[in-house]
Design a protein around this ligand. Structure first.
Ligand code: GDP
Length: 535
């Protein structure tokens, strides 16, 4: 039996982030194939596939064939237990996507080699940098026409402000793609397409040093010469490989490959597993001390709540990231925010294609706890003394806003309850004009699909019909000044800026453009604005 420490140190927990269509699903699928977690490619969240990866708990999801909530995929590979936190993309992009990154110990950023860094990559990257977690880059689709690799490096460094270190270097692209040069092993990994779209064929590694005549044959003399020049340039460049910089998120190791044809996926996985950290220690917000993941005491925090998986019950599943120790089904733990011990009766782990009951789990793992409505996002559970309490999870600024009113004013109670409960799960954020009531609510969401989900759920679960009008605001900022020191009514603002408050009375500003944010900052000297709030 492996010891507690061995179990925990075999864990690797990460999220894959990308702009839609860069190849996140395809890469995830290929990683799962190596782990033997799935037998055939095409079963992860296949858009046309009848088999949804994990959750098809809502009609909207079924109708559209998309996954509304993010899930966790676990598999074993070469003695490591790997947890991939899936972050939804496309129009189902939501706050969950951001919060999931709070539970990860590193991130893999997939970039389309023809497009470079795109809008959603930037947003997700920003959240990763909040936590200073390591970020690995997989430049995908090298089997297609791609941008120049030097240009891609510059693109990442300039737009994201992170240094890059190419671990391998591509030889040609598109039809002329010959493979990659592994900079560490100093050898060429040649690309052989088997002509099949799903690329099940494993490629052979061919050892050949630069300058070796064999390489002329393998990749062509011109490519060989170009490669030698590129590598000389790279080796001469100032950036050294620095593992510490990788671990604090300031240097991103870059890999080139093609998820679709499988090329470069396994070498990437091996290197990634070697470099990515074991479960990272988290800080106890009370004592300020680090909680050792290998501690005998169990601890973890809730980063996501998913409602109504079972339509017949108002049950929710609270997703908990284990930060230390071991979870055993049925164990008791102290719920810090409620101040009492509770029995963790049902643990479900969301596996690749089924919801399996887990009987034990370790630091680094994610478990789904049955939630009769007692948990909130950011809550800590722990055993042993003194109790630990992890810092709350930030609230991310929504980007889409709507004015919501109820159709039948007699149902005020249900309306308020529904709005508050859905907001508590973190799917939406609710605000109102300064000093006003709940007759008219301003809803903010990170992804526009959440507005549809809200309407659907209020109708189906709370029997409340609403009227919704989208508002032309694009940005929200929290005012972090002391409320006594600054009255939002007296600020000098543009006409497309609206002061609002949340239900706790925190003040915020809604802006129609980034230009208005600049105006507010320039015309109100003391005003302090933040992109993140606290739940
Ligand atoms: P996601 O939206 O980031 O999850 O992207 P998908 O994995 O769904 O991929 C988007 C499209 O790009 C699909 O049609 C994939 O088949 C295709 N694709 C993904 N990886 C590659 C690749 O390495 N090469 C090529 N040519 N196409 C790819």
């Amino acid at each position: 039996m492996p010891s507690l420490r061995e179990q925990i140190e075999s864990r690797r927990t990460f999220a894959i982030i990308s702009h839609p269509d860069a190849g996140k699903t395809t890469l995830t699928e290929k990683l799962l194939l190596y782990g033997g977690a799935i037998q055939t490619a095409g079963s992860v969240k296949g858009k046309q596939s009848a088999k949804h990866a994990v959750s098809d708990w809502m009609d909207i999801e079924k109708q559209r064939g998309i996954s509304v909530t993010s899930s966790v995929l676990q598999f074993n590979y070469q003695g490591k237990c790997i947890n991939i936190l899936d972050t939804p993309g496309h129009q189902d992009f939501s706050e969950d996507t951001y919060r999931t990154l709070m539970a990860a110990d590193s991130a893999v950023m997939v970039i389309d080699a023809a497009k470079g860094v795109e809008a959603q990559t930037i947003k997700l990257f920003k959240v990763c940098t909040l936590r200073h977690i390591p970020i690995f880059t997989f430049i995908n689709k090298m089997d297609r026409e791609a941008r120049d690799p030097f240009e891609l490096m510059d693109n990442i460094e300039e737009i994201l402000g992170i240094k890059t270190y190419p671990m391998n270097w591509p030889i040609g692209c598109g039809k002329g793609f010959k493979g990659v040069f592994d900079r560490n092993a100093r050898r060429v990994l040649a690309f052989e397409s088997d002509g099949r779209a799903n690329g099940v064929k494993m490629v052979d590694e061919i050892e050949a040093e630069l300058g070796d005549a064999k390489l002329d044959e393998l990749i062509g003399a011109d490519n060989h010469q170009k490669l030698a020049e590129d590598i000389e340039l790279l080796d001469g460049a100032a950036e050294e490989f620095d593992l510490e910089a990788v671990h604090n998120g300031t240097l991103s190791p870059v890999f080139f490959g093609s998820a679709l044809t499988n090329f470069g996926v396994e070498p990437f996985l091996k290197e990634f597993l070697r470099l990515t950290p074991t479960p990272l220690p988290r800080k106890d917000a009370i004592s300020g001390e680090v909680v050792d993941p290998c501690s005998e005491n169990f601890s973890g925090f809730i980063f996501k709540i998913q409602a109504n998986m079972n339509k017949n019950h108002r049950d929710r599943i609270a997703f908990l990231r284990i930060c230390s120790g071991k979870f055993e089904r049925g164990m008791e733990a102290y719920h810090v925010q409620e101040g009492k011990n509770i029995k963790l009766a049902t643990g479900t782990s969301l596996m690749a294609d089924d919801r399996a009951i887990v009987s034990e789990a370790y630091a680094g793992d994610i478990i789904g706890l049955f939630d009769p409505g007692i948990f909130s996002i950011g809550d800590t559970l722990c055993t042993g003394k003194p109790h630990v309490q992890f810092a709350g999870i930030p609230t991310f600024a929504p980007e889409h806003f709507a004015r919501v009113t109820q159709v039948d004013t007699m149902k005020r109670k249900q309306f308020v309850k529904g709005m508050e409960q859905i907001a508590q799960e973190g799917a939406i954020q609710i605000f109102r004009d300064l000093g006003s009531g709940m007759e008219e609510v301003i809803v903010g969401v990170v992804g526009v699909l959440q507005l549809e989900v809200l309407e659907y759920r209020l109708k189906n679960e709370y029997n409340v019909e609403i009227r919704m009008q989208q508002l032309p605001y694009e940005y929200l900022r929290w005012i972090t000044n002391d409320p006594d020191e600054l009255d939002p009514k007296h600020l000098d603002l543009t006409s497309d800026t609206r002061p609002i408050e949340d239900l706790k009375g925190n003040h915020l500003l809604l802006f129609g453009s980034s230009w208005s944010i600049n105006w507010a900052e320039q015309h109100n000297e003391n005003l302090k604005l933040s992109e993140f709030g606290n739940l």
